[in-house]
Design a protein around this ligand. Sequence first.
Ligand code: NAP
Ligand code: GDD
Length: 351
Amino acid sequence: MSKRALITGTTGQDGAYLAKFLTEKGYEVYGTYRRLSTPNFWRLQYLNIFDQIQLIPCDLLDSDSLSEALKISNPDEIYNLAAQSFVGASFEQPTSSGEITGLGVTRLLESVRQSCPNARVYQASTSELYGNNIWAPQTEVTPFAPSSPYAAAKLYAYYITEIYRESYGLFACNGILFNHESPLRGLEFVTRKITNAVAKIKLGLETELLLGNMDAKRDWGYAVDFVKAMWLMLQQDKPMNFVIATNEAHSVFEFVEKAFSHANLDYRDFTISDERFFRPCDVEHLCGDYSKAKKVLGWEPEVRFDELVKLMVDTDLERWTRAKAGEHFPWDAFNYPNENRILSRTWKIDR
Ligand code: NAP
Ligand code: GDD
């Protein structure tokens, strides 16, 4: 009999790739989605798996909907990927970020404890937990020092996952994943913002790219590699936490330079610093040591920084070229406003 997996946040980047991965492994895949005024299934459609996923409406703010999702899917494995996942927005919406990304995990775990305690649970933890601590590269035992409302909520979620594991014997793992990107990345995250802008500039549809802190360094991997690690964690004899990373750190500036140069453009002609895109507090340097994952899971990243940048630029160029030619396909960028038009807070504090 095929195994059953429930993915929360299946409309997001990782949810879509994981749904594809599990479907190909022969799982019966159930995916939760939020009721929105405009449907948001483009990633599942883009990957051609929309018809293979059983969809369940569910919100991490609503315990009843979580219980119902568990009842309907009766899962062997649960992947909790749903979250308010954008660090920048967590400064603008700190309370709802805490409710969804932090307390939402307790709602889920409590439902699991009550209705399917034998199901295995993956919790999407994050390298943001390390914040601006002084140790690098970061491992599973590096101290945490969260620097945003998002990271504080994820810290709570990390510990509540440990508490449910220790107190009730749930098979629950924290995957401490460093940044992972892809052509399915949301447009507000810096990598996709850059590759989408490069493609538009190259095709004469845009003239500039506004950015914040270009000195920040991140350990950027490929989302397709990373979802495989999530699955591997739930196939072990006992639940453990793992760092998933590439052990390479690159600055936003390096990403920009490489992305423009791949399109034969000079970033200096188009890139502008804009204070709106600086955060009140930023994480400056993340670099993960994935030795434990390599040893225990046999996992290693396949796609590295240079290849990732090229893959993302090429895909966005191809999409804008197709769109310019009048083709319609599942995609997010077509109606997305230029970020110039978004009136968000600036964070200068008068003391
Ligand atoms: P994403 O693309 O932003 O997807 C987030 C998903 O959560 C979406 O499906 C979203 O639904 C859903 N969601 C948001 N609020 C919800 C709510 N109240 N109830 C139910 N679902 C809700 O994020 P991602 O990049 O795939 O990341 C997946 C998870 O890994 C997140 O928990 C993120 O924090 C964590 N993580 C990501 C990275 C990374 O670099 N990508 C690294 C470490 C950890 P809508 O489509 O309706 O908005
Ligand atoms: N988004 C964005 N937009 N970031 C910018 C910009 C900009 O215009 N300019 C500079 N940056 C800098 C941010 O200040 C940050 O230092 C870095 O680029 C990366 O920002 P994001 O791509 O938004 O990702 P993140 O690192 O904050 O968070 C992502 O990775 C985490 C794992 O470390 C998200 O996926 C989180 O959900 C995830 O937990």
